[in-house]
Each structure stands twice: as structure tokens, then as C-alpha cells.
Design a binder for this molecule. Structure first.
Ligand SMILES: NC(=O)c1ccc[n+]([C@@H]2O[C@H](COP(=O)([O-])OP(=O)(O)OC[C@H]3O[C@@H](n4cnc5c(N)ncnc54)[C@H](O)[C@@H]3O)[C@@H](O)[C@H]2O)c1
Ligand SMILES: O=C(O)C(=O)C[C@@H](O)[C@H](O)[C@H](O)COP(=O)(O)O
Ligand SMILES: [Zn+2]
Length: 383
């Protein structure tokens, strides 16, 4: 369903990877490796000849990297303008969606033109949503700049914004035409944001790749330090996600596995009001995955030593694994349950969680008893 090749490029061939997301007419490539930003214009022009574009970036990424992207687009003859938005999760809002939409229309971009998201998952989700709804769907290119965006959010076509009632509650599926992950760009990412993205890397091991989880245990420090192991971890993550997405694009079944840790995690993010001083998405996923494993232990499904190994690995990467690690006022079980009830996996009011029988043995659990979740959370909020 997916293929891996090494494209000819200026960086050492061993450092370049290409993963295909196979979705019929909506198929696309994920290019991975250091130095790709300089080739963005040529790669985009090859796939989308003659387009004009709007580049959307947040202010931090724009200051660091947008001029290099612009130079590459100029060199390829791609006329473009730039929209710079505030950094951070609150930017995934109706107000900023309106801003992107208005700018696309003001520039008179056509359906065949492109929105280019240069940034982390926040910009990718927001700009992708705008591209999905303007003129009922424009072209869209992802240039992910955070580890999280390179291993997860830029792939698979989930786009959207948050609501005060819950995370990602408004959005559309809209696949990009190309994902261009320049791994050297991660050198300017903060240590906290790198660790947050690493949580989603670990997720692929925990879903169904126990060998990858073991490999991460042996290579975590090298991945954080940069070099070939980092590229390999990103490529393996993209391959894992591409396979799942190719088999279930719109989450009618197994794609829900990619939500491991997210039912708890999204509730925590929403209760923390998307405040980065308290919690960012990857940290919420780390806590959520630790909770999903402990809940699976409590339900008699998973060996306790597997849950302990997961928490130990996440903690060694500098990630939180308990609710009480979140700074600020404590959450109540009622407010968490209220957010969990808004989860998109809910079916006829019944809760769905991704639970596990052990490391690499996750499964979709339908109709989970809310009383068990409530009891479990009551014990967890205090520890
Ligand atoms: N669509 C999906 O499938 C999917 C998957 C996972 C997560 N998400 C979403 O992604 C979002 C989280 O993404 P994120 O962690 O990238 O957050 P983010 O976009 O807020 O980026 C994190 C921070 O890092 C900064 N940054 C990004 N790249 C940088 C770089 N190269 N150098 C310096 N600073 C840089 C940003 O300015 C921001 O302050 C959440 O909204 C989450 O819901 C979506
Ligand atoms: O791509 C997916 O599918 C995922 O679930 C990936 C998640 O890491 C990501 O956070 C996604 O945005 C969550 O999806 P949601 O449908 O629960 O909003
Ligand atoms: Zn996620």
C-alpha cells in the first residue's frame, strides 16, 4: 500500500526517504530529509505546474524559515504571498480560519491554486481546513516544521479547528498534494516541543509495532541528538501512518487506532483551555497513552509491567505521564467526563477508547462503561 524509495537529491542519499500515501486519485508523496526546504519550489512546481499560492505560517516559524521557502518558490516561478498568524493552539479558531479564508479570496486564488502550510500541526490543521472549504476544495501542500507535524499531523488529511466544547470538533478530511519534511528545520525547535512530537512517534510502536518501540528504547538519545536515526524514526512513523490512512482514510474502522491516548489527551487539553503554559498536544498524548495503558491494566487487559515500561520510556524522554504533572488548578472528574462525552469516536452516546493488551497490541474498544472510566479517573486525578 505504501512504497519507500530514495530520491536523487543534494543531501546524502542515505539521509533522504520518500513515502507514498496511496489513496487512488488523492495519492501523494511525503519527502523526508535534511535540506528539502531549498527544493520545495521545484518539488511543488513539478507536481502542481503553474499554480499561485498563499503561504501560511505562525510568527515564530515565519521569522526563522519563511524567507528560505519564499526564495525557493521564487526560483521555481511560483507567485505567492504570505499570511503570518500568532503561534499556539488558540490559533486553531473560527476567527483565524476566517482570516485565512478571506486572504485566499482577496488574493483571488483559484481552486487549482494552493495553500502552503509552513509550520507545526496548528498551522497545518488550520490552513488545511481553509484549503478544504474555500471554493469547495483547493490544492494544499504541507511543509511541516515541528517533529509532531513531520511524523503525524501533515499526513492523512485530518484538518480542523478547536471549539471551547472540545478539541478538533470542526473540520474536514482534505488530503495534501505533497508533504515536504525538511528534517534540518527541526534544529530550531525547542527541546520541549521536540519531546512533545516524540510522543506521537512512540504511539506508532505502542499501536502495533513492538519492534519499533524496542528500537526507540535503544535509539532515543540519538534521535534527540539528530542524525540518521532521527530521519529513520520520522520515516518509520510516516510509513506506519500512511499504511493506516491508505486502509481507512475517513476513520470508519482501524484509523481510530491512531487515536491511542487521544480520548484522555484531548479532554486534558480542552480542560486546560489549550494553554501551552500548562500542556501542549504531544504532552497530552503522552499522559493519555500512559492513562490508556493503566486503564487497560485496571480492566484486566494489559500486563502491569507493560504499562510501567511505557511510562518509563515517556518519562525518560522528558514527557509527563500523570494528570497531576499538569501545572495549574486540578481538573475534576466531571469536567473531564464532559469533554470525553464530546469525543468524535462516540457512537450513539457510547464511549470508544483505544485500549491495549500490551505493548504493540492496541485495539478499538467500543461501548466502554463510563462508570469504569469515572472510577479510574477519580483515582488518577489525585496522583
Ligand atoms: N491532523 C492531524 O492528523 C494531527 C495529528 C497530530 C496533531 N495534530 C494537531 O497538531 C497540533 C500540534 O502540533 P505541534 O505540536 O506542531 O504544535 P504547533 O504547531 O503549535 O507548534 C509547536 C510550537 O513550535 C513552534 N515551531 C514549529 N516549528 C518550529 C521550528 N522548526 N523551529 C522553531 N519553532 C517551531 C511553533 O511556533 C509553536 O510555537 C495540535 O493542534 C494537534 O491537534 C493534528
Ligand atoms: O490522523 C489521525 O487519525 C489521528 O488520530 C492522529 C492524531 O495524532 C491527531 O491528534 C488527530 O488530530 C486526532 O484526531 P481526532 O479525530 O481525534 O481529532
Ligand atoms: Zn495527536
Amino acid at each position: 500500500m505504501t512504497s519507500t524509495t530514495r530520491p536523487a537529491a543534494s543531501a546524502p542519499a542515505a539521509m533522504r526517504e520518500s513515502v507514498r500515501v496511496s489513496l487512488g486519485a488523492r495519492s501523494y508523496d511525503i519527502l523526508i530529509g535534511p535540506g528539502l526546504l531549498a527544493e520545495a519550489g521545484a518539488e511543488i512546481a513539478r507536481r502542481l505546474p503553474g499554480i499561485r499560492a498563499l503561504v501560511v505560517a505562525d510568527e515564530r516559524v515565519a521569522a526563522l524559515h519563511a524567507d528560505r521557502l519564499s526564495a525557493s518558490l521564487d526560483a521555481a516561478g511560483i507567485a505567492h504571498s504570505r499570511l503570518v498568524l500568532p503561534a499556539g493552539e488558540p490559533t486553531k479558531s473560527f476567527a483565524h480560519l476566517g482570516e485565512v479564508v478571506d486572504r485566499v479570496l482577496a488574493e483571488r486564488l483559484e481552486r487549482g491554486d494552493a495553500v502552503i502550510a509552513l509550520g507545526g500541526g496548528v498551522i497545518g490543521d488550520l490552513a488545511g481546513f481553509a484549503a478544504g472549504i474555500v471554493r469547495r476544495g483547493m490544492r494544499f501542500v504541507q511543509v511541516p516544521t515541528s517533529l509532531l507535524a513531520q511524523v503525524d499531523s501533515s499526513v492523512g488529511g485530518k484538518t480542523g479547528i478547536n471549539s471551547p466544547r472540545g478539541k478538533n470538533l470542526v473540520g474536514v478530511f482534505h488530503q495534501p498534494a505533497l508533504v515536504l519534511a525538511d528534517t534540518a528545520i527541526l534544529d530550531t525547535l525547542s527541546a520541549r516541543e521536540f519531546a512533545a512530537g516524540y510522543a506521537e512517534v512512540v504511539k506508532y510502536g505502542l499501536i502495533d509495532r513492538p519492534d519499533f518501540f524496542r528500537w526507540l528504547g535503544e535509539n532515543r538519545e540519538a534521535i534527540f541528538a539528530g542524525g540518521p536515526e532521527r530521519v529513520e524514526a520520522i520515516a518509520t512513523s510516516c510509513r506506519a501512518k500512511a499504511e493506516v490512512v491508505a486502509g481507512d482514510e475517513r476513520e470508519d474502522g482501524n484509523r481510530a487506532l491512531l487515536n491511542l491516548g487521544h480520548t484522555f489527551g484531548h479532554a486534558l487539553e480542552s480542560c486546560a483551555r489549550y494553554d501551552a503554559a500548562r500542556l501542549v498536544h504531544g504532552e497530552a498524548v503522552a499522559i493519555g497513552m500512559a492513562l490508556a495503558h493503566r486503564f487497560s491494566v485496571a480492566e484486566g487487559l494489559c500486563p502491569a509491567e507493560d504499562a510501567a515500561a511505557v511510562s518509563a520510556h515517556l518519562a525518560a524522554a522528558g514527557l509527563p505521564t500523570t494528570i497531576s504533572a499538569i501545572p495549574g488548578p486540578a481538573f475534576t472528574v466531571d469536567e473531564l467526563m464532559d469533554k470525553i462525552a464530546q469525543d468524535k469516536k462516540v457512537v450513539r452516546s457510547a464511549l470508544t477508547f483505544i485500549l491495549t493488551r500490551g505493548i504493540g497490541r492496541a485495539f478499538v474498544a467500543r461501548d466502554v462503561d463510563p462508570a469504569s472510566v469515572r472510577r479510574f479517573l477519580a483515582a488518577e486525578v489525585g496522583c
